[in-house]
Design a protein around this ligand. Structure first.
Ligand SMILES: Cc1cc2nc3c(=O)[nH]c(=O)nc-3n(C[C@H](O)[C@H](O)[C@H](O)COP(=O)(O)OP(=O)(O)OC[C@H]3O[C@@H](n4cnc5c(N)ncnc54)[C@H](O)[C@@H]3O)c2cc1C
Length: 366
């Protein structure tokens, strides 16, 4: 008789894959349900930024620990998961962010002058304001991460949509999917846009806010630079205060987005569909002012959903009811291996880390 896995994971985005991998590395049998293709929800597209800088020192520490998990898994799977070229941040928040990073300790971060900034980020226009370099940050190789984790999990990942996850009267968790009905010791829901709906079945109402987001990708002019950092621009010097950008593998393309999102209704419909087009235009205009190293005509557009929690754009939390865990937040790519290990620990009965409980509001600026 086949052994029924002990834990069901709903969603094969980066968080579900990392949770399942963390369970597998403990020897816990797991099944991952994915309604579509692994990594094609909020985890879609090339490149995300791994940065240590956050406004909540607890999240800085969580991220510092997370970098070690990325490195451990990259070594084990024999791939590069984070580029070695760091992250530069610009603007007024730099001194305070440096202070929080230094207080945490163990993070290679420092202020840089204009010459070093431009050596690290050769695509950038002239800038001489406050700047820092996070040498332990870099561009996450998202496709490599998704593919290597999916391959490592093998046939534990199944293409089935989960319709309901709920407790049984004998202490297990029942998962109803498009292809069947199974019982597990517990379940972890990492379903992105689908998490709040599944949570409501067990009486939870996580305050997940859906929104729409756009990111544009541009060709680098001329030969790709040997080294190029990710960018976080809060300066306003180029007309925007919330810009993030990251190179693709090989450095011949650079993805640029505004951290601003467009509100959508709970069912995903737009109150103002033009707002997304306006964000596109602002990102293009930013590139023509701030990044002369890029061809200003976008080579790719990525339009997608994002989910966030009300207390911070980096907020993250896990809700728990009847032995079922529901993870939610934003900017979770960088956190996924560390979060996955925490969710795996909770799923096998070690308890949920206090900082991940909703009351802790992890990510809220302090
Ligand atoms: C353009 C963009 C840029 C970003 N930049 C950064 C960044 O620089 N750094 C960073 O750390 N983060 C960044 N983020 C955020 C980060 O990508 C997301 O927080 C992260 O990918 C979320 O992963 P997830 O696994 O929680 O969700 P998802 O990737 O959305 O995965 C959820 C999965 O669940 C599946 N699913 C849903 N419902 C069901 C169901 N009922 N049954 C079965 N399967 C189901 C979906 O198909 C999906 O594959 C960015 C996001 C975007 C969109």
């Amino acid at each position: 008789m086949n052994r029924i896995p002990e834990v069901a994971v709903v969603g094969a985005g980066i968080v579900g894959l990392c949770t399942a991998y963390a369970l597998a590395e403990r020897g816990t049998a797991v099944r991952v349900y994915e309604s579509g293709v692994p990594g094609h929800g909020q985890s879609s597209g090339q490149s995300r930024i791994f940065r240590h800088a956050h406004d909540d020192p607890r999240l800085v520490e969580f991220t510092r620990q997370g970098r070690a998990v990325w490195d451990e898994w990259a070594d084990r799977l024999g791939v590069e998961m984070i580029s070695p070229d760091g992250v530069v941040a610009l603007g007024g928040p730099v001194p305070e962010r440096l202070r929080i990073l230094r207080d945490t300790g163990g993070i290679p971060v420092r202020a840089v002058d204009s010459a070093e900034l431009h050596a690290r980020m050769p695509l950038l226009a002239d800038y001489s304001g406050p700047a820092m370099l996070d040498e332990g940050g870099g561009a996450i190789r998202t496709r490599v991460a998704i593919e290597s984790l999916t391959n490592a999990l093998g046939d534990a990942v199944v293409t089935e949509e989960v319709v309901s996850v709920h407790p049984t009267d004998h202490g297990t968790v029942e998962v109803l999917s498009t292809a069947g009905r199974e019982e597990y010791a517990t379940a972890v829901v990492c379903a992105g846009m689908g998490t709040a709906r599944l949570a409501r079945t067990v009486g939870l109402s996580p305050p997940v806010q859906p929104a729409a987001h756009v990111r544009l990708t541009f060709e680098v002019r001329g030969a790709p630079p040997e080294r190029v950092a990710c960018l976080q621009d809060s300066s306003g010097d180029f007309g925007e205060v919330g810009v993030y950008a990251a190179p693709y593998p090989g450095n011949s393309r650079y993805a640029v987005g505004l951290s601003q999102t467009v509100e959508v209704r709970e069912d995903g419909s737009f109150a103002d569909p033009d707002a997304l087009v306006a964000l596109n235009d602002r990102a293009r205009a930013y590139v023509s002012r701030a990044l002369p190293g890029l061809d200003p005509e976008p080579a790719e557009y990525l339009h997608c959903w994002v989910t966030s929690l009300p207390w911070s754009e980096d907020g993250m939390a896990v809700w728990e009811a009847d032995g079922i865990f529901f993870a939610a937040g934003h900017n979770l790519f960088k956190q996924a291996p560390r979060l996955g290990r925490a969710l795996a620990g909770a799923a096998v009965g070690e308890g949920l880390e206090e900082d991940l409980r909703p009351a802790a509001a992890l990510g809220r600026p302090r």
